[in-house]
Ligand binder design. Structure first.
Ligand code: PHE
Length: 457
């Protein structure tokens, strides 16, 4: 162990209580609206199969090595992502200017959370709609009306966005480890169980063959350059990489934990959950004549149809949206953590003060998304509404650029003795594979996808 890792055996903010706690925290960050809300909706908009294939390749070939790089850098730096990048930049890359990568990441998390919280607010609102029996026996038209009644009303949406941000600020203010570990341990298995139950429903009552074919039959003619970019952006989004969230959590990781195994476990689980969500939703969509390209409302329009027909459906619906809200919550916490850790370390603020300041600003910014779906829905530019633009720039540009910088730093600027020390030194082939991907495959792939999207080839 080098002198650096000995000095920094422990982080400034304490440590996860166990290796399992870290896996739970990173999977809590990864599994969220990205898997259940965003993946089906963008797969639908981009025509299914071919998009899904590109997304899977991006997740395993680009996302996995980047996740490993983030965790190893976080653990080596043991600080917030800005300070970690600056410190490692100085030690390994000769300049603390690498801190900029951390700053961009902090800002990206800020922008993503501003709309993430609004969508999470829809999920919270649907807990109560479900419980009150609003889905019972509803037809396609009724669920669509219900969705526009909620998403199109800035007051209702703003209210739930406010409630969700308050809950997020509350946990971050108390320190990420306290409540989070316990919550993720119970809620994640419950969410998976419920998704599997819905999968059975979809197989029986949905048009499963068509839903399956939509997701897995690649029709390359439907794939555009911007679709490929979207698949790349979503690979980053769903794995929470490219902005320092995983780096911030890595800072609390005990020195002996295996980074490679943890990352593989998280990436596989995250991908399976997204695929199951797709297999639940598309059969329902096709059986009920809904539009797979309906956009951000897709799960809020398709799942209530299923709940409305299930025995005990009101209860199941309430539980499902409750679990979805929890999954969103554990992700939201990780979106805010880098900014809060940075502000408190930099300005020597109390954690609670930093959380309230950062959370308050994100809350305000969130109203751009709240209004995008209501009073400002007619105001569109570039990619569409404010929501579309914030999402596009943050997910499809900022995350891949951040991830590119992180992986280039880990692959090219960090010495192989530092990186091999952090990654299992005994897993020789695994290390070689990581290093090859970090140096060549991931950076080249990201650059090619960008060039492709702007039409160079
Ligand atoms: N991965 C989370 C999801 O899929 C979102 C997220 C993105 C969280 C980036 C942290 C950082 O819902």
């Amino acid at each position: 162990m080098s002198k650096f890792s000995k000095e920094r055996r422990f982080s400034l903010h304490g440590q996860w209580s166990s290796h399992l706690a870290f896996i739970l925290a990173v999977s809590g960050s990864a599994v969220g609206l990205g898997n259940i809300w965003k993946f089906p909706y963008i797969a639908g908009v981009n025509g299914g199969g071919a998009f899904v294939l590109v997304y899977l390749v991006c997740v395993f070939v680009i996302g996995l090595p980047i996740m490993m790089s983030e965790i190893l850098m976080g653990r080596r730096g043991r600080r917030n992502p800005v300070a970690t990048m600056a410190l490692l930049g100085q030690e390994e890359g000769g300049t603390s200017r690498w801190g900029i990568v951390g700053v961009v990441g902090v800002a990206t998390g800020f922008f993503i959370l501003s709309y993430y919280s609004v969508i999470a607010g829809w999920a919270v609102a649907y807990i109560f709609e479900g419980a009150s029996g609003a889905f019972k026996g509803a037809d396609a038209q009724q669920v669509e009306q219900l969705f526009s009644r909620i998403s199109g009303n800035w007051f209702i949406t703003g209210f739930w966005h406010t409630a969700f941000m308050a809950l997020t600020i509350f946990v971050v203010a108390r320190g990420v480890k306290g409540g989070l570990e316990r919550a993720v341990r119970i809620l994640m298995p419950a969410l998976i169980g419920l998704l599997l139950l819905l999968l059975i429903y979809s197989m029986i009552a949905g048009d499963f063959a068509r839903g399956f074919a939509f997701l897995f039959e690649p029709k390359f003619s439907e794939l555009t350059g911007s679709g490929v970019l979207e698949a790349l952006g979503h690979a980053f989004f769903t794995l929470s990489v490219g902005m320092g969230a995983v780096m911030a959590y890595g800072a609390y990781l005990p020195a002996e934990s295996s980074i490679g195994k943890t990352s593989i476990a998280v990436v596989v689980a995250d991908t399976l959950i997204a695929i199951v969500a797709g297999l639940v939703i598309f059969p329902i969509v096709f059986a009920n004549g809904l539009d797979p390209a309906a956009g951000p409302g897709l799960i809020f329009q398709s799942l209530p149809l299923a709940f409305g027909q299930l025995p005990g459906g009101s209860f199941v619906a309430a539980v499902f949206f409750l679990l979805l809200s929890f999954a969103a919550w554990t992700s939201a916490i990780s979106l805010m953590e880098p900014a809060v850790a940075w502000l408190m370390e930099r300005q020597k603020l109390l954690r609670s003060v930093a959380a309230i300041v950062i959370g308050g600003l994100i809350w305000l910014l969130g109203f751009l998304t709240v209004f995008s779906n209501s009073v400002l829905s007619g105001f569109t530019f570039f990619q569409g509404t404010f929501f579309d633009n914030i999402d596009f720039v943050a997910s499809n540009i900022a995350l891949p650029v951040g991830g590119l910088a992180i992986v280039v730093f880990a692959g090219w600027f960090m010495s192989s003795s530092s990186t091999s020390e952090e990654l299992d030194p005994d897993a020789g082939l695994g290390y070689q594979l990581w290093r090859f991907s970090a140096r060549f495959i991931a950076p080249v792939a990201v650059v090619c996808i960008f060039l492709n999207a702007v039409g160079v080839f």
